[in-house]
Design a protein around this ligand. Structure first.
Ligand SMILES: [Zn+2]
Length: 133
């Protein structure tokens, strides 16, 4: 009987130790989960902020947000970041060049077209110019 009781105590002690170990393990896991929950909260906050930004971008655009968007945009014209093709200087410069070249060509044609009828042409020239504008 004595021996059996001693064995029982041993079994109980082992069980208690195991329980304590398990408790510590659970505590550790709990802490890990808490950490995870906290980082999840941070991610959730980021997502909420992102969604809010999207909603606001869909509605009114603040200057700050618009410039932020512009920074993220890639230009279809030159492939650079920070502006869109509509605002691309390469495109604007090229268009200006083309326009001035066209204007020069028109002036050249006007100047050297029918030089004999210059006096009569003055009226037509004025008409052409107003048409161009
Ligand atoms: Zn560009």
């Amino acid at each position: 009987m004595q021996r059996a009781e001693g064995l029982m105590i041993q079994v109980i002690l082992t069980a208690v130790t195991e329980l304590q170990e398990e408790q510590q393990y659970i505590k550790k896991k709990q802490e890990e989960l808490l950490k995870k929950a906290r980082s999840l909260q941070t991610v959730q906050k980021d997502i909420v902020e992102l969604l809010q930004a999207m909603v606001e971008a869909g509605g009114h655009k603040s200057a700050k947000r618009e410039s932020k968007e512009k920074k993220a945009r890639e230009c279809f014209e030159c492939g650079k970041m920070g502006h869109i093709a509509r605002h691309c200087w390469i495109r604007i410069n090229r268009q200006r060049k083309e326009e001035s070249q066209q204007a020069e060509l028109q002036n050249y044609e006007k100047r050297y077209e029918k030089p004999d009828e210059e006096e009569i042409c003055d009226e037509n020239e004025a008409e052409v110019e107003s048409d161009v504008e």
